[in-house]
Design a protein around this ligand. Structure first.
Ligand code: MIG
Length: 555
């Protein structure tokens, strides 16, 4: 009747359709084709309260190490250790901070998981070690499918133990992905997850401690049933043909713990989340420190094992805006550690778009510049005046004492890190309708510039705040009254706000990487009197709120 505030979680890995009042008579219809839908209804005093209860139910978040909050550079197409080293050196030479570099499928031997191409990376262990001494982590991609290739120990063991998904006839299901024909591990069984997780030992033995899981929807180019000739496929940039994919998903089967067979179509949405669970649980056993892990596909609950990135976006202003809109939703689902491909994956990013995008990514836990093969090179130093990029990315490092502390507190309390304005200013009708301003932790409000050619933007302040202008060198703080104001934001500056009676600890200097950053040596910005800072060594596993200390602002 409109008086009750409640949340509804439709828990099913099958296909669900939401009809949000298409008839216009106020009816919302949710339908699910597979049996076994579990519906959770959560009553609450307000929407934020409902979300907090939900987060309490789904469990605590994955906790990444400090370095995962640094800036990362990635690209599909980095072909060798030398090329990646050049990219890194260029950042260091120009003073653009950098903590990690991603290795896309190009590092593998013929796109086979748990292998390294020995021609392109002839001495991987040494290379990983060398990069680490420069404060740089390497982050390999891992795909869901295992190449059909007798002699490969992972393939052989999977076959022998019956760990792969099967087809209608009960044989191992075959699908073409990057390595050619592959089998999909049946992540729905604990035994298979444990086995798959163990395979990451290949990487941890090389000294690696960061990973991204891809193609785990699972994405399929063609199958034993669907010929290559009938190829139009989303992954290849052609128009999406949903019916084709649905036919694929109906063609392969999982075996549950109790022996029941279910088609992937009935459990499709949980596959990627369970791959991430497999890797997260494996890495927990393999490493005595925290690691970086993020996945393309996931499901409610899998935030306990890794973060997510929002997949293949494009270098457009629309996608930048989508990135902003996605952040609160992801946080409501527990995916605190998330972010988009900064600068956009497909298409060519111009200088203005990349700078504005970086100014948003400064505030998202995952801050990674990634682009597709064949697009314009998107590393910051490829553009005019790289010092402008350095200015924006340096803000991230200056803010890390705050961002890391707020992230960890939110994760440990099972709360959100990035919130919509509506949650921070309950009852403020104007704030409720604003989607292009966000709250980051308990002290910061951001109002990023999201339009091409804009010199600035209109900002709404529900309460008086401190306006902070970062110009690449220092923070200029001024008081700002409640209400609407117009601000000018040059491309090499970032403006953000500190909430009334709140403080933000900032590092006194920037650094080449988080390894050189002292999170305890801070200056306090804002009008508050005290800030509770979460602080640890950045990699220890036993994190707790007891690691908080109170910082007092001297009058
Ligand atoms: O079919 O590994 O979303 O980030 O660069 C494309 C190549 C497969 C999709 C991922 C993207 C990655 C790309 N992958």
């Amino acid at each position: 009747d409109g008086d009750r505030t409640f949340g509804a979680f439709f828990d099913t890995p099958a296909r669900v359709a939401f009809d949000m009042d298409s008839a216009g008579d106020g009816t919302i219809t949710v339908s699910c084709e597979a049996p076994g839908l579990c519906l959770y209804l959560i009553d609450g005093t307000d929407a934020y309260n409902v979300v907090k209860q939900f987060l309490g139910i789904i469990g605590p978040s994955f906790l990444p190490p400090l370095w995962a909050f640094g800036y990362g550079q990635s690209r599909w197409g980095y072909k060798s250790d030398k090329e990646i080293r050049r990219v890194a050196d260029k950042h260091r030479a120009l003073g653009i901070p950098l903590d990690y570099l991603c290795m896309d499928i190009d590092y593998m031997d013929r796109y086979i998981d748990f292998t390294v191409n020995g021609h392109r990376f002839p001495a991987m262990t040494q290379y990983v070690e060398d990069m680490k001494t420069k404060g740089l982590h390497l982050v390999p991609i891992v795909d869901a499918g295992i190449k059909i290739e007798p002699g490969n120990p992972v393939y052989d063991e999977g076959i022998q133990k019956g760990y792969f998904c099967t087809n209608r006839e009960g044989e191992n299901f075959q699908a073409e992905v990057w390595p050619g024909m592959t089998h999909f591990p049946d992540f729905l069984r604990a035994e298979v997850r444990e086995w798959f997780g163990e395979q990451y030992k290949f990487y941890t033995d090389l000294g690696l401690d960061g990973f991204w899981n891809d193609m785990n929807e699972p994405a399929i180019f063609s199958t034993e049933y669907r010929a290559k000739t009938a190829k139009p496929d989303a992954e290849r940039g052609d128009p999406v043909q949903p019916e084709r994919h649905i036919a694929d998903f109906k063609d392969f089967f999982h075996r549950l713990e109790d022996g029941t067979r279910v088609s992937n179509y009935e459990v499709h949405n949980i596959y990627g989340g369970l791959m991430t669970r497999a890797s997260g649980e494996g890495l927990d056993r393999l490493l005595d420190r925290r690691y970086l892990l993020f996945s393309r596909s996931s499901y409610i609950g899998a935030h306990r094992y890794g973060g997510i990135w929002t997949g293949d976006n494009a270098s457009t202003w629309h996608m930048l805006r989508q990135n902003v809109y996605h952040m609160p939703s992801l946080n409501m689902c527990g995916f605190l550690f998330s972010g988009a491909d900064t600068g956009g994956f497909g298409g060519n990013a111009g200088r203005e778009l990349l700078l504005r995008w970086l100014a948003v990514s400064v505030f998202t836990p995952l801050m990674r510049n990634h682009s597709a093969l064949g697009t314009r090179r998107q590393e910051c130093y490829r553009y005019q005046n790289p010092e402008d990029f350095k200015a924006v990315i340096s803000l991230r490092y200056r803010l890390l004492p705050y961002l890391y502390s707020e992230f960890m507190k939110a994760a440990l309390r099972q709360d959100m890190f990035i919130l919509p304005m509506a949650f921070g200013f309950l009852g403020d009708e104007t704030a409720r309708r604003i989607e292009d301003q966000l709250l980051v932790g308990e002290s910061i409000m951001i109002a990023p510039v999201l339009e091409k050619g804009a010199l600035g933007r209109k900002v709404y302040l529900p309460e008086p705040m401190t306006e902070v202008r970062w110009d690449g060198e220092e923070f200029r703080c001024t008081g700002a009254d409640a209400g609407t104001r117009e601000i000018t934001v040059p491309l090499n500056e970032v403006v953000f706000y500190i909430r009334k009676d709140c403080l933000v600890p900032v590092a006194k200097t920037t650094a080449a990487s988080t390894a050189e950053l002292d999170l305890s040596d801070v200056e306090l910005l804002g009008t508050g009197t005290a800030y509770r800072q979460y602080l640890d060594d950045g990699y220890t596993k036993d994190c707790s709120l007891e690691r908080c200390t109170v910082l007092q602002k001297e009058p």
